[in-house]
Design a protein around this ligand. Structure first.
Ligand SMILES: Cc1ncc(COP(=O)(O)O)c(C=O)c1O
Length: 411
């Protein structure tokens, strides 16, 4: 196949757009929303409790606390663990901004370690950071739904007396050695943003922990520090600590509750699509497919490949654009690692970060993190969601093969 790419005026592989993401909302969610509209119980109600209970059961933790979104889940986690002023936290630069910006919001200081070629934080790079700095905690991000190699991280944490925070925004249901992510550190934060493994029909987040003490702090933190959160109406208008209003709404909890009932189906569908893509893409020279080790369960929130531009003949950005012309909504993903972002380069400027008045941050602009920088340049995100059909998968693969064949014949 070497027909002319659609970006050069040829016929696209797919007339219908194959969406990068698609959100599935079932009838149960719609009925529950109607029910809440009727009852006008918008901010609290039985779905909140039911959702928290079921989420904790699904993950395997004592507590799951529903909050306003994944960003706030991380922010509140840092506060609950006391990771605030002068504390130093090592994390990955190849992630969504919230993994690290919430460290700054909490008053702490992010340090970046490099990643491995599976997109997850590199334990040996964490060790290098720890040799130079007195670090207090590690935030791992189970990137794209692939669990981080936690045994080594746990060893580092134990040797150096560090807390572990899991940013599990991408990884509901992912497993490492038979245990779900969200149970592998001191605390974990999930996002229920509409495109995530499960959604809440708006914003939404969840924090999981096994600690009674941390859970109690979180209940106060997310609701103004008001004792109502611990003792019901007897605690109304009595405030024990500084808190925020970072709760989940009742409608969001109802949607999340019914989505959670279907989570295993969604995950199995994602895994099936990933298997089909893997089978068809693994032999193409210049393309590296996502990895899943024997002791892991990847949930493929995002199906990310890396390309060798010399071998496939396309520059990454042009390749993504050409796929879009073929009807395949590909994306270039996290194309600027956090240490290269304006926010981090200028972090010491109080005009963009009010904590700069009191904190001294590393000079992020001087950092070189080769793998993160390389992956930012050669990663391509392909469409991935439970509604993709096998025919859609064929079209994705055919578009990739078409573009590469064309270049091989016409360069
Ligand atoms: C890795 C990661 N962490 C945290 C978040 C923040 O979640 P939210 O968008 O729900 O605030 C996201 C969001 O997409 C994310 O991708």
């Amino acid at each position: 196949m070497s027909s002319k790419p659609a970006i050069l005026g040829g016929k696209p592989v797919s007339d219908k757009k194959i969406r990068f993401v698609e959100i599935t909302i079932g009838d149960e969610e719609k009925r529950a929303v109607e029910e809440i509209m009727e009852s006008k119980q918008f901010v609290s109600g039985e779905y909140l409790e039911k959702f928290e209970k079921e989420f904790a059961r699904f993950i395997g933790t004592k507590y799951a606390l529903a909050v306003s979104n994944g960003t706030d889940a991380l922010f509140l986690s840092y506060l609950a663990l006391g990771l605030t002023f002068s504390k130093k936290i090592v994390t990955t630069p190849l992630t969504f901004v919230a993994s690290a910006s919430t460290i700054i919001q909490a008053g702490a200081i992010p340090y970046f370690a490099d990643v491995n070629n599976d997109f997850n934080i590199s334990p040996s790079s964490i060790r290098e950071v720890i040799e130079k700095e007195k670090i207090d905690a590690i935030t791992v991000v189970h990137m794209y739904g692939k669990p981080v190699e936690m045994n080594e991280i746990a060893e580092i944490a134990k040797e150096n007396d560090l807390l572990i925070i899991e940013d599990a925004a991408h990884a509901h249901g992912a497993e490492y050695k038979g245990r779900k992510v969200g149970t592998l550190g001191d605390i974990a934060a999930f996002s229920l943003y509409p495109t995530k493994i499960i959604a809440a029909g708006g914003w939404g987040g969840v924090i999981t922990t096994n600690s009674d003490e941390i859970a109690e702090k979180l209940k106060l933190l997310r609701a103004h520090g008001e004792l109502r959160a611990l003792m019901g109406s007897k605690g109304a208008y009595l405030y024990r600590r500084l808190g925020y209003n970072m709760r989940m709404s009742h409608i969001e909890a109802a949607i999340a509750y019914y989505q959670l009932k279907r989570i295993n189906k969604y995950i199995e569908r994602r895994r099936k699509i990933a298997r089909l893509l893997n089978e068809r893409l693994s032999d193409i020279e210049g393309i590296k497919i996502p990895e899943e080790n024997a002791n892991e369960k990847h949930v493929y929130y995002i199906y990310a490949i890396t390309i060798d531009e010399n071998k496939i003949g396309w520059d990454r950005d042009k390749f993504v654009e050409a796929l879009n012309y073929e009807g395949i909504e590909a994306r270039k993903g996290y194309h600027v690692p956090l240490h290269k972002q304006e926010l981090f380069i200028n972090i010491q400027d109080p005009a963009i970060n009010h904590f700069a008045h009191i904190n001294k941050y590393p000079e992020y602009s001087k950092l070189t993190l080769p793998m993160a920088e390389q992956l930012a340049k050669n990663t391509v995100w392909l469409p991935m969601h439970p509604n993709l059909s096998e025919e859609d998968v064929d079209k994705i693969v055919n578009a990739i093969i078409k573009l590469i064949s064309w270049k091989r014949k016409n360069n």
